[in-house]
Design a binder for this molecule. Structure first.
Ligand code: PGA
Length: 255
């Protein structure tokens, strides 16, 4: 039986009324009885509490989109992992390409966030992925390896199962042009090989998500690939119908 994680990254969208409306529509339309597919929503910080309260009694998980690695102190504008834990976050996305590009985060920062999340008992979703320029230069797998080595530095072989990796080619994010099935298959197979080589057989169970223009139409094919254990969905996670249809495709494949 396949296991899937279908994660919605709302990015900087949805104030509290819009967050409530989206969750209301998701709750009305979905059936969460299937334990092998987990739905995760990652709203902006300001909606975490409200959304968390609305999903408290159903099988939907809550996640944040970022965190700081320090536990407290003079870090204006930042949010600690313990704060996220206290508000009910089970997961947190780190290393998203928008944060790497727009906010100049590097693998050292991402690695510090990862260890801080693990200390707070939150599951990190670590995003990796190449730019179009890197793909065209034939550097895709070197880039992925460098990002894996850097962001997962000093992770133990036991802990690798508590980390989720999202492969998100930068050129496919928000563009409407997802990677092809062949490109996703090749990248996910290589990522699996890389992590098994570093962390041993425990890494066979690490969830690998694909992200980048996942939608109702392409999700079934992508989720059907051997080393694709879920999706990190941006744009389509803002529409209840689209997000649920991706979730339902995973439910079908898990049976
Ligand atoms: P997208 O975003 O689905 O809108 O391409 C994915 C992401 O950024 O995680």
């Amino acid at each position: 039986m396949n296991q899937y994680l279908i994660a919605g990254n709302w990015k900087m969208n949805n104030d509290i009324p819009a967050s409530k409306q989206l969750i209301k529509e998701i709750l009305e339309q979905s059936n969460f009885d299937n334990d092998s597919v987990e739905m995760l929503v990652c709203p902006p910080f300001t909606s975490l509490l409200t959304v968390g309260e609305m999903i408290a009694d159903v099988n939907i998980s809550l996640g944040a989109q970022n965190c700081h690695w320090e536990s407290k102190g003079a870090f204006t504008g930042e949010i600690s992992c313990d704060m996220l834990k206290s508000i009910g976050c089970k997961y947190t996305i780190i290393g998203h390409s928008e944060r790497r590009t727009l906010f100049h985060e590097n693998d050292i920062d991402i690695n510090k966030k990862l260890h801080s999340l693990m200390k707070s008992d939150i599951l990190p979703i670590v995003c990796i992925g190449e730019t179009l320029q890197e793909r065209e230069a034939g550097q895709t797998f070197d880039v992925l390896k460098k990002q894996i080595d850097g962001s997962l530095n000093e992770v133990s072989n036991d802990s690798i199962q508590k980390i989720v990796i999202a492969y998100e080619p930068v050129w496919a994010i928000g563009t409407g042009v997802a990677a092809t099935v062949e490109q996703v298959e090749e990248a996910h197979d290589r990522i699996r090989e890389m992590i098994v080589e570093i962390f041993g057989s425990n890494a066979e169970n690490t969830l690998l998500l694909y992200g980048g223009s996942v939608n109702e139409s392409n999700s079934q094919e992508l989720l059907g690939l051997k080393n694709v254990n879920g999706a990190l969905v941006g744009g389509a996670s803002l529409k209840a119908d689209a997000f649920i249809s991706i979730f339902n495709n995973a439910q079908k494949l898990s049976q």
